[in-house]
Design a protein around this ligand. Structure first.
Ligand SMILES: [Zn+2]
Length: 173
């Protein structure tokens, strides 16, 4: 038998709030939202990076095949730069496209049942937000991701720099 109550107990500080409250009156925690854990964020990201690396190798293989079969010749430095450009496009294109077009979910986020949403509306993010939060990955990924990990762990809303700049949060489904 479930005990029925008209009040919401804040999961963060334990304060009882009226049933219609959207925020905890004591600590300000938003009700109805569970932030993705650091472990889920890292797991999703590692999965995405594995997919991206495989994608980059496949695309480089196809492009090299096309270049050779069309009779072009590339020097080793040209080959290097073709690889760099493909790597850059796939890495950023994957995150920016999927988070904006697929309701905030990359394949890694789908696997870990988490989603990036607009902090104010709780709805899917726009192209501008996706662009900002994913370009700032450059900074969040510094020192093998340590910058992003410290920011997420020290933020009440589990936001890395890209989330703060784009006004996004990552939540559990
Ligand atoms: Zn509270």
């Amino acid at each position: 038998m479930r005990f029925v109550t008209n009040e919401i107990t804040c999961p963060k500080c334990g304060t009882l709030n009226p049933s219609e409250a959207d925020f905890c009156q004591n600590c300000g925690k938003k009700f109805g939202i569970e932030y993705a854990s650091l472990g889920q964020r890292i797991g999703a990201c590692l999965l995405d990076l594995i997919i991206i690396v495989i994608g980059i190798f496949i695309i480089i293989w196809i492009v090299s095949y096309l270049i050779v079969s069309l009779g072009f010749y590339l020097s080793s430095s040209e080959t290097y730069w073709v690889g760099v450009v493909i790597g850059f496009l796939v890495e950023f294109g994957y995150f920016i496209f999927l988070e904006a077009a697929s309701k905030g979910q990359t394949l890694g986020k789908m696997a870990l049942s988490i989603r990036v949403v607009d902090k104010d509306t709780g709805e899917g993010i726009g192209w501008g937000q996706s662009l900002i939060r994913n370009l700032l990955r450059i900074i969040d990924f510094l020192f093998a991701g340590l910058i992003g990990i410290i920011l997420i762990a020290s933020s009440d809303e589990n936001q890395r720099l890209g989330d703060k700049a784009a006004n996004t949060i990552v939540i559990k489904e």
